[in-house]
Write a protein that binds this ligand. Structure first.
Ligand code: FAD
Ligand code: DLZ
Ligand code: SF4
Length: 518
């Protein structure tokens, strides 16, 4: 027999390692829709529909090339519901000489793959994932013996390694980082660019209908689905972003605006993470825009840093530190996730907005994730495992390799400083400066104490008080702790009192009338 090439739902590129030496005369490509992958956490409906639609289109494209594809649908009779079960069945069906796979994005699936080598009656070859610019082994070598893994150091190495935005061994423009030029506020009356959405075709509509039927009780709307689900559409999305948004990308990167989650962001993470685009081509497309004068350096550098720097870096941290990484809880946080993370029913207008965007689009941009739902989770002391599960569920781009370092490390500081030198705690003033949320809020961001006060204000100080032993010695926390020590005892008591009242009012379960409609 030939080779059975098993392609996972987030490996949808003709260039994935497991397909490079494909022999159309003898080989079979296997793709499987399985219930376990849709329910190991109860993913947002759009995430499942996106992947099923993308998998079906990818299979059709392979078939059009004359490649034999064995595509198992979710509702096919006999579908065992798991990767392992479906691979076993396929081996029995096709009796291949061997199985070839590409290493997965998640530790969970990596463990399954190790078992396949022992339990399947044929050899299983696991190939290195060539969709990233930094191989796992290279990152592991860099990370060895270091406790702190700093993004900026890694990023400079990646610039040198790839030659992106480099000139004669030096960074273009004489600096590695143009962040100080970014982070502007949105001027009043500013007109945002129109975004292209992708009308679902018949195949995508079928996937949407399937998810609507089979996963009806999962979080999220399906009616607004407009993701690119083919390589051609993903390339069109990239082109649109480079032309219309990249020239302004850096300027308003941190802005948050009610009802407008997209702003100048790329919206490319779902197609990137599923394999429809490669990080390499996206970075070079951005660099070309700089070289031909259509986008300024601060925007292009800022964008390339997100992908060549952050994205590669978090993936490296994940593989270098798992499985222990997930288990740490450096700040000992343990409060239950409030129900309003699902319902959006809260007087905190910023959170209500981010949850509404997320439910509607399976998307929120970086600062919404970091400074609203993330910052709240940090300063309210929410249980890392519950917060991580939420992030893994609600976004169309979420896979553990990218979600976990961002949430566990960047946001919650549960890794004790592997990724960030200090927790990113902030009070309401930050949200007020970068958004229009506070104007429409029942709380007053200018008020520090009492029932009218913005809860972020006292939760911020309460967080510092609760973690004084763990954080006061941190060099980067000297300033706020100095302020805290200068506070009158009565002010400290007031903070504790407000925080206790507010935190005590949080509910982890819906009111009985809402049961079941998360
Ligand atoms: P843009 O803002 O336009 O950025 C361009 C690209 O840069 C993104 O497509 C993405 O590929 C990459 N990127 C930017 N920041 C990061 C980052 N911190 N880590 C990895 N890649 C980055 N991204 C995911 O892809 N999946 C996740 O599950 C995820 N969870 C996150 C959770 C939290 C708490 C935070 C703070 C960030 C998370 N991110 C995650 C990173 C980032 O928020 C998203 O990649 C981004 O919002 C995707 O939208 P975009 O394509 O419009 O991004
Ligand atoms: C996320 C997901 C979902 C919802 N469904 C499938 C599926 O039915 N079949 C599949 O091959 N992959 C799916 N995925 C993506 C996998 O979970 C992903 O490949 C693993 O998490 C490894 O990163
Ligand atoms: Fe959020 Fe506080 Fe602003 Fe309300 S006042 S939107 S709770 S930051």
């Amino acid at each position: 027999g030939g080779t059975l090439r098993f392609v996972l739902g987030d490996q949808l590129t003709r260039r994935v390692a497991s397909l490079t030496d494909l022999d159309p005369a003898h080989d079979i490509v296997l793709l499987v829709e399985v219930r376990d992958e849709a329910t190991y956490v109860r993913h947002h409906k759009q995430k499942i529909a996106f992947l099923f639609a993308a998998m079906r289109h990818f299979a059709a494209e392979l078939e059009a090339e004359g490649i034999a594809v064995d595509y198992v649908r979710l509702t096919d009779p006999g579908n065992t519901g798991s990767f392992t079960g479906e691979l076993e069945r396929a081996v029995t069906r096709h009796t291949p000489a061997r199985v070839v796979v590409t290493e997965p994005g998640e530790w969970r699936v990596w463990e399954m793959m190790q078992d396949w080598r022992e339990t399947l009656p044929v050899p299983v070859e696991i190939r290195s994932d060539n969709r990233f610019l930094c191989p796992r082994e290279d990152f592991a070598r860099w990370a060895e013996g270091r406790h702190h893994l700093r993004m900026e150091t890694f990023y400079r190495g990646m610039r040198r390694r790839t030659g992106l935005l480099m000139e004669g061994g030096e960074p273009v423009g004489g600096r590695w980082n143009f962040d100080p030029d970014n982070r502007k506020r949105l001027p009043k009356g500013h007109r945002l660019p129109d975004r292209i959405g992708f009308q679902p075709d018949a195949t995508t509509r079928e996937a949407i209908a399937l998810v609507d039927r089979e996963f009806a009780d999962h979080f999220g709307d399906l009616s607004t689905f407009s993701w690119p689900v083919t390589r051609a559409d993903a390339l069109a999305a990239l082109k649109h972003f480079i032309a219309e948004c990249l020239p302004t990308f850096g300027d308003y990167q941190d802005v948050m605006k009610a009802g407008a989650p997209y702003l100048y962001h790329a919206l490319l993470s779902p197609p990137l993470n599923a394999g429809l685009l490669t990080a390499e081509e996206v970075c070079w497309a951005a660099e070309r825009a700089y070289r031909d004068g259509s986008a300024p350096l601060n925007c292009v550098e800022g964008f390339i840093r997100q992908i060549l720097g952050w994205r590669e870096y978090v993936r490296g941290v994940y593989w270098a530190r798992m499985p222990a990484y997930r288990e740490t809880n450096a700040l000992g946080a343990g409060r239950d996730l409030p129900w309003f993370y699902w319902s959006g029913e809260t007087k905190l207008n910023c959170i209500a907005n981010v949850v509404a965007d997320t439910r509607r689009h399976a998307y929120a941009h970086h600062i919404q994730r970091l400074m609203v739902t993330g910052n709240f989770a940090l300063i309210a002391g929410l249980d890392p495992a519950q917060v991580e599960e939420w992030y893994l569920i609600v976004f169309a781009d979420a896979y553990e390799w990218v979600e976990l370092p961002n949430v566990h490390g960047m946001v919650l500081w549960a890794d004790g400083g592997v990724m960030g030198s200090k927790p990113y705690a902030a009070s309401g003033a930050y949200i007020d400066r970068m958004s229009d949320y506070c104007a429409g809020c029942a709380y007053d961001v200018k008020v520090k104490a009492g029932p009218e006060a913005c809860p972020f204000n006292y939760l911020y100080w309460n967080f510092l008080i609760e973690n004084e032993e763990r954080l006061a010695g941190n060099q980067r926390m000297m300033m706020p702790y100095r302020t805290l020590r200068g506070m009158a005892e009565t002010r400290r008591d007031e903070i504790r009192r407000d925080a206790t009242r507010f935190l005590g009012s949080l509910r982890a379960e819906p009111e009985p009338a809402h049961q079941g409609d998360q």
